[in-house]
Write a protein that binds this ligand. Structure first.
Ligand code: M6R
Length: 588
């Protein structure tokens, strides 16, 4: 889970790399580094800290050379130290490598390389790649062929970019189960882990397939498939724009993305009806149907399942992606797996999809990143169309997933193209007005160690989502659960002043949730009601507008997102970059 950007250009690249590195920093922010080739010498500067810190300490912008690579790290192998930061070089510093992924056989490789006299400087698995590459390059004297030969020895997942001191005109890359794409510009070409890295420079992208190896120069791209044959693939134009990845006037991306939702719930609804129909048809015909996703996307999956079961009478199981492989007894030809993912690169989701395909299942996905691995490996894809989400916390992608999932369920139900998205957009805008109130709540509860979120029925996943968001951004312990579960254990933890958010829209489960709220109040809980209907049981009440029941989770999510965001700010956490986390979890 690291950010990669490499660039071969006509002009000096340090500035271009820094700009791109800051945009992929959301993928990892333990440490960062850069390598360039200048006057026939490969120079590397790196260290622990955020990109801006390393930039200042190591004066990255002063590195000269028109070929270079940069990396932002989320540590998996080896602690967060200067030595473990990327790029990694070979013994004689002839080769530099940046890597995202995990090399599973790095220990035997390292032992073998050491036995042949290679000296290692870091504890990372990545360093073996640079030594392997040096050895292969000395043998074949061709960057592309050396890269092919080196990656053939690797087991695990990788996206790598490599530079060779005596070939300053060239950069190579390779990928297996981790994202790597090519950006094609005018007299400049890029390798990167995602489009955001180079979106300011070009929107023409070539998505590499698994096991492909690539060589770029400033004006050429050569791709070779696993069989060694040349692959010719035209660039596609990506719809994202530079303005999508700026913070505008907002203090943080997360706040900007929360505030984009009146627009993104509408853009998510703009789908090709034929494709929605194909998606729905697959679900209706499925012999067995699974929904799979991780984290917030899993919560959207739970919402989708609820309506599929209850309204469309289509049976579906929802399984956390990392666990799907344990639930395949009834999966086979005729099964369908629906995968939801913002990034389309979450390793657990990709693994689940691979497993599903191994069993002969069809894969239908709901994904934000067009061209992502998930999007390309699915039989039917619906895109979220909500623009890039940079904040590590999923916000607008969640509400967009709920919109798209609802379009699919409506199509399964045979409903004509649903409308009402302008009203939904207004309702989301209205829900956003609770910010002042949310800040007051944060002032009152900022030092509480625990928070609880409860709901019933269709809204239960919203309670899970509220708790996940709060944990992730504020580092406060939080739990979400169906309100009915309280009395089976958690009630023992409620004491005077424990804050409990009760998500309780008017509707079938309103009265029962109120009873649960009374139980909580009797044990001293401070209740924060989130609903379109007020009740005196709540100590605090955040009103959300009434919308169609299927869309209520969208308006209910808004105050919960704002709550998590403002808790983070009040507790001096950076909401865009929560500790220990990364946006795209590309390792298992
Ligand atoms: O890109 P994905 O939707 O597949 O990501 C799944 C989770 O990693 C993600 O939702 C994560 O839980 C978020 N940081 C939650 O805000």
């Amino acid at each position: 889970m690291c950010g990669i950007i490499g660039c071969v250009a006509e002009e000096p690249v340090a500035g271009i790399l820094l700009e791109g590195l800051k945009r992929v920093e959301y993928r990892g922010y333990d440490s960062a580094g850069m390598a360039t080739i200048s006057d026939g010498r490969l120079g590397v500067r790196k260290g622990v800290g955020r990109v801006s810190e390393i930039e200042g300490k190591q004066r990255l912008s002063t590195m000269s050379g028109s070929t270079g690579m940069a990396h932002t790290r989320w540590a998996t192998h080896g602690g967060v130290t200067d030595e473990n930061a990327h790029p990694h070089t070979s013994c004689r510093e002839l080769v530099a490598v940046i890597h995202n992924g995990i090399i599973e056989n790095y220990l035997p490789l390292k032992r073998a390389l050491k036995a042949r006299g290679h000296k290692f400087r870091s504890e990372t698995d990545t360093e073996v790649i640079s030594h392997l590459l040096e050895a292969e390059y000395k043998r074949v004297r061709d960057p592309l062929q050396a890269t092919r030969a080196a990656v053939k020895k690797l087991k695990g997942q990788y996206a790598i970019a490599a530079m060779f001191q005596d070939r300053p005109d060239v950069m190579t890359g390779a990928r297996k189960d981790a994202p790597l794409i090519v950006g094609v510009g005018n007299n400049v070409n890029f390798l990167a882990s995602d489009v955001l890295a180079f979106i300011g420079r070009t929107d023409r992208t070539i998505f590499l397939d698994n096991l492909e190896v690539v060589e770029i120069t400033k004006d050429a791209v050569k791709i070779v498939g696993p069989d060694g044959r040349r692959v010719r693939r035209e660039p596609t134009q990506v719809a994202w724009e530079l303005s999508d990845v700026s913070k505008s006037d907002y203090a943080h991306f997360t706040l900007k993305e929360i505030n984009e939702q009146p627009r993104t719930v509408v853009s998510a609804s703009v789908q090709d009806p034929e494709r929605v129909e194909r998606f729905a048809r697959a679900l209706k015909r499925a012999k067995s149907l699974y929904i799979t996703a991780s984290g917030t996307s899993y919560h959207a999956g739970l919402l989708m399942k609820f309506r599929l079961n209850k309204e469309a009478k289509v049976r579906a199981d929802v399984v956390v992606a990392g666990e799907l492989k344990e639930h395949t007894e009834f999966m086979g030809k005729g099964s369908v797996v629906v995968a939801l993912s913002q990034s389309g690169e979450t390793a657990d989701v990709l693994e689940a999809v691979k497993e599903a395909k191994r069993h002969g299942a069809k894969v239908c996905s709901i994904v934000n990143a067009a061209g992502s691995t998930l999007a390309r490996e699915s039989d039917v894809v619906l895109l979220l169309n909500c623009g890039p989400e940079v904040g590590v916390a999923a916000t607008k992608s969640f509400t967009a997933q709920v919109v798209v999932a609802n379009l699919v369920v409506d199509a399964v139900l045979g409903k004509k193209r649903p409308n009402g998205f302008d009203e939904l957009s207004d309702a989301v805008a209205e829900a956003l007005k609770c910010e002042r109130q949310v800040k007051d709540l944060v002032n009152e509860y900022r030092d509480r160690p625990d928070f609880y979120f409860v709901a019933r029925g269709y809204e239960s996943p919203v309670a899970l989502e509220g708790a996940l968001k709060l944990k992730e951004l504020s580092y406060i312990h939080a739990e979400g659960m169906p309100a009915s579960e309280l009395k089976h254990g958690t009630l023992a933890l409620i004491e005077k002043g424990t804050p409990v958010v009760v998500i309780n829209p008017s509707g079938p489960s309103h009265a029962e949730s109120l009873s649960n709220a009374e139980e909580l109040k009797a044990r001293g809980a401070d209740l924060i009601g989130v609903s379109d209907e007020k009740d005196e049981v709540y100590r605090h009440f955040v009103r959300v507008p009434a919308v169609q029941p299927k869309f209520m989770p969208i308006v209910e999510a808004i105050p919960l997102q704002l709550l998590a965001y403002h808790f983070a700010v009040a507790r001096k956490n950076n909401p865009d970059y929560p500790r220990n986390l990364a946006k795209s979890v590309t390792v298992k």
